[in-house]
Ligand binder design. Structure first.
Ligand SMILES: Nc1nc2c(ncn2[C@@H]2O[C@H](COP(=O)(O)OP(=O)(O)OP(=O)(O)O)[C@@H](O)[C@H]2O)c(=O)[nH]1
Ligand SMILES: [Mg+2]
Ligand SMILES: [Zn+2]
Length: 337
């Protein structure tokens, strides 16, 4: 059975991210012959520990190694390293195993690694991303929200904007948060502290794989502990002097929910460079800009300085929020640089 058959699986199937049996890609070695007592099984990467890989195989969790040269179904990806959510084939003998092949990824959320020109794959094979920001502290920055939203759109991952800590007040976000709902993003206001809004959040989770991402200290792990206290995730404290989170969660982890579905808790991200987008991808990633398509004077208008541009007119008329347009411009200029 393959990924598609388990991630929509029945409730209660959560301890079974994949089932052994199908040998779709890869050969165990050059001869294609398995040693005695060795099985080739499908599994899912649930955490990475340096060179070691924690995989879920049926009901079992094993910590295994990985072959240096993996067989990537569908071609080697931009960053040829295993990531949480990867669906892999493992040669298993007793309690030991080696990852030998990786099934094609359904999608991947990629960013530009900070202070480098390389890609960093944050998660793969997820159905939706909850972008968790705090209502006040750490300060929610619309520019950063836009980058997460664009990366999700390019990766074809549904994004939900979750504003946590509304118990701290909402007057900072009230002037602008409505712009996101207005262009079609689902927006939730929640508090892990008071449990406000958690019913709505929980309803999004069954039978899907959900990535929790956002800045450090926004409360991703706190929300997950509220969703399912069994997780017992470590939560951090905000630095008194900077008001910033201090990276309490240090590695991404895929965790089964007791009522079906999976969640991935991730370490906080301070910055988010969208990986190598084209101007076309950026135009479609902003719904309000995509909506203007075909209404500019020049059919190849990328809405920067061109005359008679429907997007620039909509910004001037206040129909497109100028902060979103600034984000768009910045990303297009970076992409063209
Ligand atoms: N007032 C208030 N504080 C909260 C809320 N949710 C989380 N916090 C606090 O915010 C701090 C950070 O919470 P975490 O859950 O560790 O944040 P995180 O997003 O997982 O951070 P990283 O793991 O570093 O990425 C902790 O001190 C939490 O107690 C909330 O709804 N209201
Ligand atoms: Mg955390
Ligand atoms: Zn235009």
């Amino acid at each position: 059975m393959r990924w598609t058959s388990w991630h929509h699986g029945r409730p209660g199937s959560c301890a079974r991210p994949s089932e052994p049996g199908s040998l779709a890609v890869g050969v165990p070695d050059d001869t294609g012959i398995l040693a005695a007592g060795m099985e080739l099984l499908d599994g899912t990467v649930i955490a990475m520990h340096g060179p070691l890989v924690r995989v879920q195989i049926g009901d079992r969790t094993l910590v295994v190694s990985s072959r240096r040269r993996l067989n990537w179904e569908g071609g080697t990806p931009v960053q040829a390293r295993l990531v949480v959510g990867d669906h892999v084939m493992v040669e298993v003998q007793g309690d030991e195993g080696v990852v030998v092949a990786v099934h094609a990824r359904r999608n991947s959320l990629v960013r530009k690694a900070p202070s480098s020109t390389r890609a960093q794959v944050l998660a793969v094979n997820v159905d939706q991303a909850l972008l968790v920001f705090a209502s006040r502290s750490p300060e929610p920055k619309p520019g950063l929200i836009d980058r997460f939203l664009v990366a999700c759109a390019i990766a074809d991952i549904e994004a939900v904007l979750v504003i946590n800590k509304i118990d701290q007040g909402t007057h900072e976000i009230d002037p602008w948060l409505h712009h996101y709902a207005a262009v079609g993003y689902p927006v939730l206001r929640v508090s892990a502290r008071t449990a406000w809004g958690l019913g709505q959040l929980k309803r999004l989770l069954p039978d899907r794989t959900t990535l929790f991402c956002g800045p450090s200290g926004a409360g991703k792990s706190s929300l997950l502990n509220r969703v399912y206290p069994g997780f017992r995730l470590k939560v951090g404290s905000l630095s008194e002097s900077t008001g910033k989170g201090t990276h309490t969660t240090t590695t991404a982890e895929l965790m089964p929910l007791p009522y079906g579905g999976f969640v991935v808790d991730t370490p906080g991200l301070k910055e988010f460079g969208v990986w190598d987008p084209t101007a076309e991808q950026l135009q479609t990633a902003f719904p309000e800009i995509a909506e203007c398509m075909g209404r500019c004077r020049y059919p190849d208008c990328i809405h920067l300085h061109e005359p008679e541009c429907a997007v620039q007119e909509a910004v001037e008329a206040g129909r497109i929020w100028d902060s979103r347009y600034r984000s768009y411009r910045k990303m297009v200029e970076e992409a063209l640089a």
